[in-house]
Write a new protein. Structure first.
Lengths: 528, 266
């Protein structure tokens, strides 16, 4: 009965991952549109926006994206068209499969059905996993491949299935092709598997073949990486590039001191990624940082089961417990090596060990409080309250409060352009948005061609103009009204505060409001 | 062994800030923390010579705040008394609790000497939190106004307090005050006690939570001062776990700790 109840809840949580994908999050983010446009461009011309033929590492907004970030959504974009649902669907599917495979993995390791279901349940109701599954996040694809890879590896080991061992390495390779953090994490996991299960691995030749296969599969990525070493994320995102760390490094030329500074910076960051408040209170970063209605990777009431689970892992996982502890230690390592503030994308793999350990604690606690009904009621009550607030925060307040951060409005601009395209000779879009005291710079040059289904060859032939780029009818550059020569049949898209001088006689033809009803963009033209 | 540990601690104090008074007080606090462990656990100290390195724990040598050290010494003395007396324990426990509460308030500057409550320093006057409560109320147009007030109100402070309590026990905070090496016996000690739980250990955890709670109601949490107050409890678990550590691992971690501790600042 209890198991059926859990399965129902898991099913509901999986369905929720597919509902309203085009509203929450409120708009495709900067990174999502980068990958989505590259996928669209490759699907039509076999070249990305920068005119590279079937790139392994594709170029977007000045950086380089991982291969599967493009090639996974490419399939759904081809079949479903250029829309938010198509871009995010693969992530929702892989996120849902991760929920299933984490349960299968736990079942394979412990033969405990209830523990497996609880692990799936915890991941299904994890605020950060739900959120990550509703965005086209390559880190979410990578997490799926890691969980699947582990499952296949243990199937191969415990049941002597050679195909599963080989398949696990293929899947691990896919995780490396999915996201940069896995360039560090996946090899660490494979190495730990070899160390922890060396007695089995060293006896069977298939593992040597499997490792060789992994090496071969990674060769294209390796060579591509070497070719683009200077512009690679590995060199640009390493912690030494951090402003604070860089400043300290420049003041201490002694190499030993430099090493100490880097080590301390990594240790400090690692500490933050592992802190309980990050995991259970604010790590999901759904609302602005100062908003107290925040959520962690898991709902707060699971904090105590997690602490308990840390002590009780051995009871359920027996000989595999060291591997689970290793996963807990290793999963935030890659994220700790990178610059900037803490980043929940990079530390998404933490979901796996924390979910498993929390499941252990929860199962243990459930058995312990079996006779104390008031404790069960209290626990369930707190859980329901927490879940209720999460739903409010995520589905209602998050789109209202965070829309601007997602560059909300460019899709709506594209929808307007789609309807009125023939009416304009030229469309000039100012890439700035937000308040004039501090403008952000958006990427309308990716959003507009994607949502208007513009022929990608036109974007590939884009011309550089002063302070921007131009292709087709479009110019993407800052609009300074003083020096702007206003023409008839031109459409000007500007941030709300950048109003033209009345002498220009431009009229607002359309306004794009945010979900909070505040105007984000104004569209001006001389025509009515 | 205890004398050697204390000597290491005192010498590090003198080398660090050349203040004999602080050195004596810090060393006294370490001594009382060890005494608390001996009294509470009814066990002897680990016989390994590595125990000498306990004297290098930053919490007993990097602190310059006389008041906080005195308050922590007071906690140690009261705990030793509590676990020594056999009569009036129920009354004495309230004295201990009250003292801990007041000590935490002073340590986090919620009360300034002699007895001036700094209500503006309470977390409840945090403008950002109050602003966001109002904003959530404004945004929640999906329910009538009265229900909005029920959904989004000051009760969120309890969540904020829990979050802040959780943020106290980060690796960084712990290794800043204990060194990375000593986290190893600390975790071992905690796990040993988890397996052998009893009522008095619940009391110990309650004291820890009380200090943590009193700390986080302040808007400007002084982490180092908080951990000075917690030192007898941290030392109890660390010394408890010391018996079951792998010495080579501990030594490696100690070397790592030295590398981290001697990292140059700006």
């Amino acid at each position: 009965m209890f198991n059926k109840f859990l399965i129902t809840l898991i099913f509901v949580a999986i369905v929720v991952r597919f509902v309203g994908l085009d509203y929450t999050p409120p708009h495709l983010s900067n990174d999502e549109i980068g990958a989505a446009y590259a996928a669209y461009s490759i699907s039509k011309t076999l070249k990305d926006g920068s005119d590279k033929f079937l790139p392994i590492l594709w170029t977007s907004h000045g950086g380089q994206g991982s291969p599967l970030a493009v090639y996974i959504p490419l399939v759904s974009i081809v079949f479903l068209g250029n829309n938010d649902f198509a871009v995010r669907l693969p992530s929702a599917i892989l996120g849902s499969l991760t929920i299933i495979f984490i349960g299968l993995l736990v079942l394979e390791l412990t033969k405990n059905t209830r523990l497996a279901l609880i692990s799936s349940f915890l991941l299904a109701f994890s605020p950060w996993h739900l959120s990550a599954s509703r965005r086209a996040l390559e880190t979410n694809y990578a997490l799926f491949f890691i969980v699947l890879g582990l499952y296949l590896f243990f199937i191969g080991m415990s049941r002597n299935k050679n195909w599963a061992t080989l398949a696990s390495m293929v899947v691990f390779a896919l995780s490396i092709y999915s996201y940069y953090a896995e360039w560090v994490l996946t090899p660490l996991i494979i190495f730990s598997l070899i160390v922890f299960y060396r007695k089995t691995i060293l006896k069977r030749k298939i593992y040597f073949v499997a490792i060789l296969l992994l090496g071969i599969l990674l060769l294209p990525l390796f060579f591509n990486f070497i070719q683009h070493l200077k512009s690679s994320r590995a060199s640009s995102e390493f912690i030494t590039q951090d402003v604070g760390v860089g400043r300290r490094l420049s003041k201490h030329p002694n190499p030993i001191q430099k090493g100490q500074i880097v080590l301390k910076a990594i240790a400090d960051k690692y500490s933050t990624y592992n802190s309980l408040d990050y995991l259970f209170f604010f790590g999901a970063s759904i609302l602005p940082k100062e908003n107290p209605y925040q959520f962690g990777f898991f709902l707060t009431p699971f904090l105590i089961p997690f602490i308990l689970g840390l002590v009780k892992v051995r009871i359920f996982f027996n000989k595999h417990s060291n591997f689970i502890y290793f996963l807990l230690i290793a999963s935030p390592l890659a994220a700790s090596l990178t610059l900037g503030e803490i980043n929940n994308w990079r530390s998404l793999p933490q979901l796996l060990p924390v979910a498993i350990i929390t499941a252990v604690g929860l199962l243990y606690l459930w058995k312990f409080i079996k006779e104390y009904i008031w404790m069960k009621v209290l626990g369930l009550g707190l859980l329901l309250i927490s879940l209720f607030y999460f739903c409010l925060a995520y589905f209602i307040h998050f789109p209202i409060e965070q829309a601007e951060g997602y560059q909300y409005g460019y899709k709506q601009v594209a929808e307007y352009i789609n309807k009125h395209y023939p009416e304009f000779e030229k469309i000039i879009i100012d890439p700035r948005f937000g308040n004039k005291e501090y403008y952000y710079i958006g990427v309308p040059s990716s959003y507009i061609p994607f949502y208007t289904n513009l022929d990608p060859t036109k974007v590939q032939q884009a011309k550089h103009i002063p302070f921007g780029i131009a292709f087709d009818k479009y110019e993407f550059r800052e609009i300074n009204w003083d020096g702007e020569k206003v023409e008839e049949n031109y459409l000007y898209v500007v941030p709300r505060d950048n109003a033209p001088d009345p002498s220009k006689e431009l009229k607002v033809v359309y306004e794009i409001p945010l979900p909070s009803h505040k105007i984000e963009f104004k569209l001006y033209s001389l025509i009515n | 062994m205890v004398i050697a540990i204390l000597l290491v601690c005192f010498l590090l104090n003198i080398a660090g800030h050349e203040n004999i008074l602080i050195g004596i007080l810090n060393t006294l606090l370490l001594f009382l923390s060890i005494a608390f462990y001996l009294k509470f656990s009814n066990q002897k100290l680990s016989s390994t010579k590595l125990l000498l390195l306990i004297g290098a724990i930053p919490i007993f040598s990097h602190n310059y705040n006389v008041l906080t050290v005195l308050l922590a010494i007071g906690i140690c003395v009261l705990l030793l008394l509590y676990f020594s007396i056999s009569r009036f324990k129920n009354i004495f426990i309230f004295i201990v609790l009250f003292y801990i509460l007041v000590a935490s308030l002073y340590a986090n500057r919620l009360v300034e000497l002699p007895f001036s409550l700094q209500s503006s320093q309470l977390i409840f006057s945090d403008n950002w939190i109050n602003l966001y409560i109002s904003q959530m109320q404004r945004e929640a147009l999906y329910v009538p106004y009265k229900i909005r007030l029920l959904l989004f109100n000051g009760s969120v402070y309890s969540y904020v307090l829990l979050s802040k309590m959780a943020s106290l026990y980060t690796f960084k905070n712990l290794y800043d005050v204990l060194l990375i090496a000593n986290l190893y016996p600390l975790v071992k000690g905690l796990m040993l006690d988890f397996k052998d739980w009893n009522r008095s250990k619940t009391l110990l955890i309650f004291f820890v939570l009380l200090i943590s709670f009193t700390t986080v109601i302040s808007r400007r949490v002084d982490i180092f001062n908080t951990f000075v107050l917690l030192s007898p409890f941290l030392m109890y678990f660390t010394l408890k776990g010391f018996k079951s550590i792998n010495k080579i691992v501990y030594l490696i971690l100690f070397v790592l700790s030295i590398i981290i501790v001697t990292t140059p600042f700006e």
